[in-house]
Design a protein around this ligand. Sequence first.
Ligand SMILES: NC(=O)c1ccc[n+]([C@@H]2O[C@H](COP(=O)([O-])OP(=O)(O)OC[C@H]3O[C@@H](n4cnc5c(N)ncnc54)[C@H](O)[C@@H]3O)[C@@H](O)[C@H]2O)c1
Length: 308
Amino acid sequence: MKVTVVGAGAVGASCAEYIAIKNFASEVVLLDIKEGYAEGKAMDLMQTASLNGFDTKITGSTNDYSKTANSDICVITSGIPRKPGMTREELIGINAGIVKTVSASLVEHSPNTILIVVSNPMDTMTYLAHKTTGLPKHKIIGMGGALDSARFKYRLAEALEAPISDVDGMVIGGHSDKGMVPLTSHATRNSIKVSEFLSKERLDQVKEDTKVGGATLTKLLGTSAWYAPGAAVSGLVQAIACDQKKMFPCSTLLDGEYGLSDLCIGVPVILGKNGIEKIVDVPLSDAEKQHLAESAEGVKKTNGLLEF
Ligand SMILES: NC(=O)c1ccc[n+]([C@@H]2O[C@H](COP(=O)([O-])OP(=O)(O)OC[C@H]3O[C@@H](n4cnc5c(N)ncnc54)[C@H](O)[C@@H]3O)[C@@H](O)[C@H]2O)c1
């Protein structure tokens, strides 16, 4: 199992670290455009191998895509992150060009790869990869919902004063402050709906805190977060590499599912060795349906800014 991670910055390096620590991949290639940067991160990470007990071989490359050849999975984290006060959508001008050239180079050297897109605005970057790479739709996956769901569970546990392991929940929709749809109607504590324990007002607060989860961290850190994003990507990579058939909300090209088409947006999918093996249809409340439709409009508006 060979995994390439493009962008050896905060999210890319964190993702490579979590993949290595979980010890399921034989090789991780980190690639960055900045001279020596990926090699340096790879060497530093490899020097944690004996301390953290993993055998995954991590190598670095400065923009040499021949080193990525025949990767089973490629992750794209290259591009600029947002600064405090910015929306993810504002990154499109620079990141669209980067994602387009990086995905073309990756597919040239690994024509059978599964692509995971992380760079923001993620849903639009995933759509761009569909329009430009020629990969089949089940092999292009946008990562956002796995992270947003982890943030939702963090906020639910906080409100419930419960350990996070007691809590389950999922966020679908666009990966943006307004577009996220935390599914409060399905969230549970040990299989009991959280609405049994929390007032509507408190649940609404959980929802709002979840939606601005990234912005809250960007304000605190001065740049966007990396530990949870890296862990979320490593979860998707592991589900594919180990053929786990796990369900995550991921951005995928819709063709009528949830009444939506010709866009990539977060919905629950089953991930296995073939990438997206199934799109799961879950019942939504009227308010959630309405919110998802509005979220899709927002994603389509951002897609409209793309030049192919
Ligand atoms: N989808 C999500 O849930 C999620 C979560 C967090 C961050 N992000 C996004 O991920 C991206 C990366 O964030 P970060 O914090 O790691 O940023 P970062 O600045 O720390 O790292 C980005 C790296 O990409 C490299 N890069 C730029 N252009 C490149 C190119 N053409 N080829 C190869 N490498 C290139 C840079 O040199 C840099 O090292 C941002 O767009 C951010 O918004 C997405």
